[in-house]
Design a protein around this ligand. Structure first.
Ligand SMILES: Nc1nc2c(ncn2[C@@H]2O[C@H](COP(=O)(O)OP(=O)(O)O)[C@@H](O)[C@H]2O)c(=O)[nH]1
Ligand SMILES: [Mg+2]
Length: 295
């Protein structure tokens, strides 16, 4: 049994969470084209006949503009330490930038094998790929350079095969039926947050938090109630939308994903509150893991 821990690191938006979902062939991490979508360390456990690979999806590393940014960077750095292998993801459609260089310099300090993953190759011409690989190979002595499309799933199998070559014979860390550290309610709340990010786009910053307030399995249907907490009144207006249309759409799309995840019919109720209306601000901060940041 080959096993080990592999961290997926890179700038925001390069496709880290998409890659994790693609490897596991199911959605455990939400994705969006807004940076800073992933706020938690999400583990996804890949199992096959002769291996177990624990993948760790990290928040994108970026120049922090606020406390949340600094906090997310710290979380990502932590996840570079106790792993066997680092996957450094870049977006070939964007090219290598300052942000990538900053991360690469950090990665080098770790003294671990680094794979360079050239993601989003679906958007570049095949004949240009060799030139791109050549250009990137000059940056560092990467153990492997693997072009793939996380979104389309192209070459993801090859990545797994190659990773296995670098893992040692080791124990199985998790039971076969454990696929993630993400809890059911957390993922449900995240799916609602994903729809908010995707439907309202840049208008809504990342101060939106979602929380499952009620989950009741009634046999043929599951009743779920999700609370959306925002920090300003005008955000509340944007999320609710004209005549409640936005919130309705958020609910429809989120329910679709939640039903797929639970494999059962769902009745989803959503409501929006500002932090001020929240019964207990302290509890809110703890609930969303923001307490440490606030100090
Ligand atoms: N064209 C293309 N888009 C991708 C690919 N992988 C991810 N994306 C898109 O890039 C955006 C950011 O993806 P996400 O996984 O949230 O990035 P993260 O911030 O690195 O976790 C989303 O809109 C994805 O759909 C890919 O292989 N090809
Ligand atoms: Mg992500």
């Amino acid at each position: 049994m080959k096993s080990g821990f592999v961290s997926i690191v890179g700038r925001p938006n390069v496709g880290k969470s998409t890659l994790l979902n693609s490897i596991l062939e199911r959605k455990i991490a939400i994705t969006s084209n807004v940076s800073g979508t992933t706020r938690n360390i999400i583990q996804g456990i890949y199992n096959d006949d002769d291996s177990q690979i624990v993948f760790i999806d990290t928040p994108g590393i970026h120049k922090p503009h606020n406390k949340l940014g600094t906090y997310l960077n710290e979380k990502a750095y932590m996840m570079m330490e106790d792993v066997d292998l680092l996957l450094f993801l870049v977006d070939v459609q964007k090219g290598f930038g300052k942000g990538d260089k900053f991360i690469l310099d950090k990665l080098k300090e770790e003294n671990k094998p680094i794979f360079l993953i050239l993601n989003k190759v679906d958007g570049i011409k095949r004949e240009n790929l060799l030139a791109v690989i050549k250009e990137y190979s000059q940056l560092y002595d990467f153990k492997e350079i693997i072009p793939l499309s996380a979104l389309k799933g192209d070459n993801v199998n090859d990545l797994i095969k190659t990773i296995k070559k670098y893992l040692k014979e080791d124990i199985k860390y998790y039971e076969d039926d454990v696929i993630t550290n993400v809890s059911r309610n957390f993922l449900i709340a995240e799916l609602v947050r994903e729809k908010i990010l995707n439907l309202t786009s840049k208008e809504v910053p990342h101060t939106v938090n979602c929380l499952v307030e009620n989950y009741e399995d009634k046999g043929n249907i599951i009743d779920i109630s999700v609370l959306i907490v925002v920090d300003r009144d005008n955000l509340k207006k944007i999320i609710i939308g004209k005549q409640g249309r936005m919130l309705k759409e958020i609910g429809i799309q989120a329910r679709r994903d939640i039903e797929e995840f639970l494999g059962k019919q769902v009745f989803l109720e959503t409501h929006v509150k500002t932090i001020e209306d929240w019964r207990d601000k302290e509890k809110y901060l703890i609930e969303f893991g923001l307490k440490e940041m606030d100090e």
